[in-house]
Design a protein around this ligand. Sequence first.
Ligand SMILES: Cc1cc2nc3c(=O)[nH]c(=O)nc-3n(C[C@H](O)[C@H](O)[C@H](O)COP(=O)(O)O)c2cc1C
Length: 201
Amino acid sequence: MTDRTAPAAHAIAPMLAARWSPRSYEDRAVPDAALAQVLEAARWAASCINEQPWNFLVARKAKEPEAHARLLACLSVNNQGWAVRAPVLMLGVARTAFASNGNANRHAGYDLGQATANLAAQAAALGLQAHQMAGFDAAKAREAFAIPEGFDPMTAITLGYPGPASALPEALAAREAAPRARKPIGEFTHLGAWGALGSPA
Ligand SMILES: Cc1cc2nc3c(=O)[nH]c(=O)nc-3n(C[C@H](O)[C@H](O)[C@H](O)COP(=O)(O)O)c2cc1C
């Protein structure tokens, strides 16, 4: 299995360091108990006034093959090329208004993102990996799954056990082997004043 552990500059929780976005997946189903664990992790995310606006449409290749194919068909052609091997496809959908008063929830996408981050970290802790995708046709997904107005399909997600990069076409295999890179803390942390960029340590 490809080791893509983050070369963190400061120690971080192991599951966060272990998380990455693979394109190669083993031909091996995700046990339902593990799938429930990653959704449970999503469940415990924080959200604005505990609205929990996230929804995950889940298509298991082994159990919902028709839904898996339908969701796959909503992905961009590039994403379809590798996501076809993922044993689980998901669609992250945000409820866009607060249930209590119908007002627009401008943090719905933020909260769906937090739940998905939890899901991805929990997946990594279990030896699984998730890969989020903006490259999908949201209108097509809405139609394909009869998602009502007021719910916004925001991300597609693959989930499975990461496989060898060698199973991918050359161009994708190279991306899988590229060094993992991030901006340093000091490029996004403003200490006490906007523009006072720096790292606390
Ligand atoms: C909202 C979002 C959309 C993304 N869309 C795509 C996508 O359409 N196709 C793809 O191959 N990767 C996609 N990615 C994966 C990112 O490219 C990846 O997270 C980033 O390069 C960092 O790599 P890492 O997740 O392995 O740390 C997306 C990630 C996020 C969070």
